[in-house]
Design a protein around this ligand. Structure first.
Ligand code: SF4
Length: 209
């Protein structure tokens, strides 16, 4: 008899509180691997489908468990990499998040909304909002919530409209630098010059270690 197994997720890292990618204090989850390869990608280290980054969803949710009691947690953001490149694991991840986490789930995809919903039509029922479209280095955005002006936000859960409208009006770009599990991560949407500064700082810090 064949046994159905929960798919593993290729994970870059997760972090709470994530303050710079979605409104409020959020659990940020970055999936590893992206098939899109935008020229000028803002996170090239997240592109390889690196099998050494595989984690079981059970282990991941064991790590999340203390967060559900956090009164300050009011959203989840999924980014990458490209989350929709792992449809089975993503679907299971979202089903579990909708059972035990906040209903405000924001997903960033480098595919357009039409492509996302053609690939994964079930997604519209599982998330509150989607930011879609590839990063276009030739169309840089000034807003803090998107990297380029071709990207747009679609709301699937009306209850969060006010929250997202306020958030997309923010013009100041904020970034978080975090150090976790021997890795250093930049959270938010950096401009190319921000990435260069961050890489310099990470290099200096690495030399001091
Ligand atoms: S979708 Fe994101 S991670 Fe993928 S290549 Fe484009 S910018 Fe990079």
């Amino acid at each position: 008899m064949s046994e159905s197994l929960t798919p593993n997720l290729l994970l870059r890292f997760w972090h709470f509180p994530t303050l710079t990618l979605g409104p409020g204090r959020r659990l940020g989850i970055w999936l590893q691997g992206c098939s899109i390869h935008c020229p000028g990608c803002i996170a090239p280290e997240n592109q390889p489908f690196d099998p050494t980054r595989a984690v079981s969803l059970d282990a991941l949710f064991a790590g999340f468990a203390p967060l559900w009691a956090e009164t300050g947690l009011n959203g989840v953001t999924l980014s990458g990499g490209e989350p929709t490149d792992q449809p089975e694991a993503l679907r299971e991840l979202l089903l579990r998040l909708n059972q035990c986490g906040p209903r405000d789930i924001l997903l960033y995809s480098g595919y357009t909304k039409a492509q996302v919903l053609a690939r994964s039509p079930w997604l519209a029922d599982q998330i509150a909002a989607l930011v879609d479209g590839p990063f276009l280095a030739t169309a840089p955005a000034t807003e803090s919530w998107r990297g380029s002006t071709n990207q747009s936000l679609t709301l699937f859960r009306e209850e969060f409209r006010d929250r997202y409208e306020s958030w997309t009006r923010l013009q100041s770009r904020q970034l978080q630098l975090v150090r976790k599990d021997s890795g250093r991560y930049l959270i938010g949407i950096p401009r190319p010059k921000d990435r260069a500064v961050w890489q310099g700082l990470a290099q200096e810090e690495g030399q001091r270690d």
